[in-house]
Design a protein around this ligand. Structure first.
Ligand code: AMP
Ligand code: ZN
Length: 113
């Protein structure tokens, strides 16, 4: 057991609104949404940050992208969506357990602020 916020959500020790789940990921509604549709896809493996992805654990990232495609169908996001991985302080990462943001429901600007 560890103290990581997202590990606690994965263990159902902290409540969340689950949108999708399989053996690799659990997708939940973001508590502070930045778009009409904003979920975070939590990897069911405590990897701290994208910079720690290796050839051994990279399957989880592929599974998260696959889950996003499934969720887009499930939620009818036919006009597209954005996937974001924040890594480290300059990347804007605040929770040190890899998660993929999935945003949709409005036109998202580029470049990000
Ligand atoms: P990041 O800044 O990329 O590390 O993203 C962390 C995200 O987790 C932010 O968008 C937060 O709003 C979100 N978040 C933090 N705590 C919770 C929680 N208990 N349930 C759902 N989302 C959360
Ligand atoms: Zn964790």
């Amino acid at each position: 057991m560890n103290d990581c916020l997202f590990c606690k959500i994965l263990r159902d020790e902290i409540p969340s609104v689950v949108v999708y789940e399989n053996e690799y990921v659990k997708a939940i509604k973001d508590i502070d949404p930045q778009a009409p549709f904003h979920i975070i896809i939590l990897l069911k493996e405590h990897i701290e940050k994208p910079a720690d992805i290796t050839s051994e654990n990279c399957n989880y990232i592929g599974q998260a992208a696959l889950a996003a495609a499934e969720i887009a169908k499930q939620e009818g996001l036919t006009d597209g969506y954005r996937l974001v991985l924040n890594s480290g302080s300059m990347g804007g990462q605040t929770v040190n357990h890899i998660h993929m943001h999935m945003l949709s429901g409005r036109n998202l600007g580029w470049p990000p602020g």
